[in-house]
Ligand binder design. Sequence first.
Ligand code: ATP
Ligand code: MG
Length: 190
Amino acid sequence: MNKIPLKEKYPLLPREERTGLLIVNTGNGKGKTTAALGVLLRAAGYDMKIAMFQFIKSSAALSNGEHIAAKELGINIIPLGDGFTWLSENIEEDKKLAEEGWKLVAPALQSDEYDVVILDELTYPLTFGWLDKNAVIQAIKNRPKGMHVIATGRNAPPELIEAADLATEMHLIKHPFREKGIGAQAGIEL
Ligand code: ATP
Ligand code: MG
């Protein structure tokens, strides 16, 4: 069989001719971050420039499978959080951390350096009021035209859904931890 390389069959349009989508993965089922990583893999196949920011993950997560693999692909996944931040006893600390993180994210959303920007677990700083929801959504809307943005996290605020081009709710049917107390598995959760 004579295979036509994907990039020849569906060439990547110049960025200004692309339609940048705002994609929201929300819901209480597993798969929100995994789906974003799936896009990262696809986009990497087109040599698109990708940045992934993680609002909850701490730098300890840098040894997770996706961080190691992304690094090998030349993609930076940047943790901005403090681990399980929602359990933190110091809300002011959480807020400060989210604000510091936003100082890295905001310029990335404005720059024409990236084709895809992933804002993993963005919904939490919005829901908990660590970041100004309207300002964040406005910054996403003001991004360069051809940039795709993916936001993940449970309970996406209605304003974020409203702004989205594509919103998917992961609905929990079964989860091994809930069903059988089965813990995180390498390659599946980390
Ligand atoms: P993943 O990163 O695996 O795609 P996610 O982004 O949809 O998951 P998060 O809310 O970010 O979900 O939680 C990440 C971790 O919590 C994963 O280890 C996942 O297996 C676990 N998890 C997700 N949903 C559930 C659930 N409904 N019950 C128990 N654990 C869950
Ligand atoms: Mg997630």
